[in-house]
Design a protein around this ligand. Structure first.
Ligand SMILES: CC(C)(COP(=O)(O)OP(=O)(O)OC[C@H]1O[C@@H](n2cnc3c(N)ncnc32)[C@H](O)[C@@H]1OP(=O)(O)O)[C@@H](O)C(=O)NCCC(=O)NCCS
Length: 174
């Protein structure tokens, strides 16, 4: 898969992306807004494990955000199971040198469109940790609807946090 936007793209992860993942993902300012399974510190060996897992995925739901030269971030979906099997949670991160240029807003908008067109998914949601104001802005700018506040739903970095739930539903479904 490949979606180009300006000088950036969303593309499949490649076997040699490990160096750039470790370079940009190894940042506490990124990990603090993600699940604990996102390693921090993020080592080259963590990147290798991640890339090996992604290579096994079928269909692929996890992709790189990249320049022409290197991967600079990630975006992907995790499907639910049982009655949630046609819904998916969106996750994303971007290397700090690239923040504030509108990259993630474009990536989320385009990736969501792509997912509704190519995957059997009817609802895409993201639960943003309270205080993640940049991510809240991304959700709103990318056209996600705020559905509510999941009070005291996360334990992160020694603190109980609320999450703000955002979602987009495939057109014509409801
Ligand atoms: C959230 C993240 C993906 C944003 O990527 P980005 O490409 O910089 O986002 P954009 O440039 O498209 O938009 C960011 C918006 O947030 C705003 N913003 C940035 N920091 C902010 C802050 N501390 N408070 C309020 N708004 C902030 C920017 O001004 C911009 O809004 P604007 O266009 O109205 O000015 C990036 O910061 C990141 O990877 N963070 C860590 C991981 C993370 O939070 N992932 C999401 C988990 S739900």
């Amino acid at each position: 898969m490949r979606i180009e936007f300006g000088e950036y793209m969303i593309r499949d992860w490649a076997g040699d992306d490990g160096g750039s993942i470790a370079r940009y993902a190894n940042n506490r300012k990124i990990a603090m807004w993600l699940r604990d399974r996102f390693p921090s510190p993020y080592t080259a060996s963590d990147a290798k494990v991640f890339l090996a897992r992604v290579a096994q995925q079928n269909p692929r739901t996890v992709f790189a955000i990249a320049t022409q030269h290197e991967a600079i971030g990630g975006i992907g979906l995790e499907f639910g199971d049982d009655v949630h099997r046609f819904t998916a949670e969106l996750g994303y991160w971007l290397g700090e040198p690239f923040w504030g240029r509108g990259i993630m807003t474009d990536a989320v908008r385009l990736f969501t469109e792509w997912a509704f067109a190519h995957l059997e998914v009817y609802r895409i949601h993201a639960a943003v940790f309270a205080g993640s104001d940049a991510s809240v802005r991304v959700m709103e700018k990318a056209g996600f609807e705020r559905e509510g506040r999941l009070r005291a739903s996360v334990f992160k970095n020694g603190r109980i946090l609320d999450q703000v739930l955002y979602a987009k539903v495939r057109e014509g479904i409801v």
